[in-house]
Ligand binder design. Structure first.
Ligand SMILES: Nc1ncnc2c1ncn2[C@@H]1O[C@H](COP(=O)(O)OP(=O)(O)OP(=O)(O)O)[C@@H](O)[C@H]1O
Ligand SMILES: [Mg+2]
Length: 229
């Protein structure tokens, strides 16, 4: 299945704090088109709205106004159950790998399939995805027995096990040394190449960003022109 196309229009996200005395604007009107199969990097200083944008694209957060149209559907207008259906078509990778500490690598990868798939099928698919990220021999290892880079590989295998049309990654290399981070990036780019998945990657690292098809710079919740090199 080809990767999802995304049309974001005038996306605004405000947060009311405590007594509503203060409003924080995380996204101040973002308009952006992402083609199916594109690998796009989102960069910007801390607090510029990168995670907010990613969370809106992944229907993990409801924007204040504006629209996010994924393959023709405005996901900001979906009801609760439709939103969770939509999320099942997306793979998420985070800076903190968010693996389940008491489950082995294979069980972690299979976890998203368990509610919807026969156990045997889930295990077979998880096994394939673990092999795809180069961890075929570590199926039973607990997260605590794996290195940071290996844990992130498990997290990526878990993100692709549902065959997503869209991969969202928030600082996936942020907790890793430069060498391991680069290997993880190559893995993500290779997977999107093989599956023509759309990839939206948040990063602080210009070297990581430059490996993507396009780089979007956020500044104070808006898309900015590229900063001077
Ligand atoms: N739940 C929330 N309540 C209040 N303010 C929030 C909330 N979530 C985000 N913000 C604010 O919105 C702005 C954008 O936050 P966001 O997490 O998108 O930034 P970021 O670019 O991902 O930063 P970082 O690089 O540090 O992860 C920040 O000023 C942040 O404090
Ligand atoms: Mg962030």
């Amino acid at each position: 299945m080809p990767g999802a196309s995304i049309e974001i229009e005038k996306l605004l996200r405000r947060h009311e704090t405590n007594d509503a005395a203060e409003t924080v604007t995380a996204l101040a009107g973002v308009t952006l088109s992402i083609a199916g199969g594109e690998a796009i990097a989102i960069v910007g200083v801390s607090g510029s709205g990168k995670s907010s944008l990613l969370n809106a694209i992944g229907a993990m957060d409801q924007p204040t106004s504006g629209s996010v149209v994924v393959d023709g559907t405005d996901i900001t207008r979906l009801g609760r159950s439709e939103r969770s259906m939509f999320r099942r078509r997306i793979g998420y990778v985070f800076q903190q790998f968010h693996l389940l500490a008491s489950l082995g690598a294979l069980e972690n990868v299979a976890a998203p399939l368990v509610p919807y798939t026969r156990a045997r099928t889930a295990r077979a698919r998880a096994r394939q995805c673990l092999a795809d990220v180069g961890l075929a021999t570590r199926e039973r290892a607990l997260p605590g027995q794996l290195s940071g880079g290996q844990q992130q590989r498990v997290a990526i295998a878990r993100a692709i096990v549902t065959d997503p049309v869209l991969l969202l990654a928030d600082e996936p290399t942020g907790n890793l040394d430069a060498f391991t981070g680069h290997a993880i990036l190559e893995l993500l780019l290779g997977l999107r190449e093989a599956r023509s998945t759309t990839l939206v990657l948040v990063t602080h690292d210009p070297a990581v960003a430059s490996c993507c098809d396009r780089v979007i710079h956020l500044h104070e919740g808006r898309i900015a022109a590229a900063p001077p090199a």
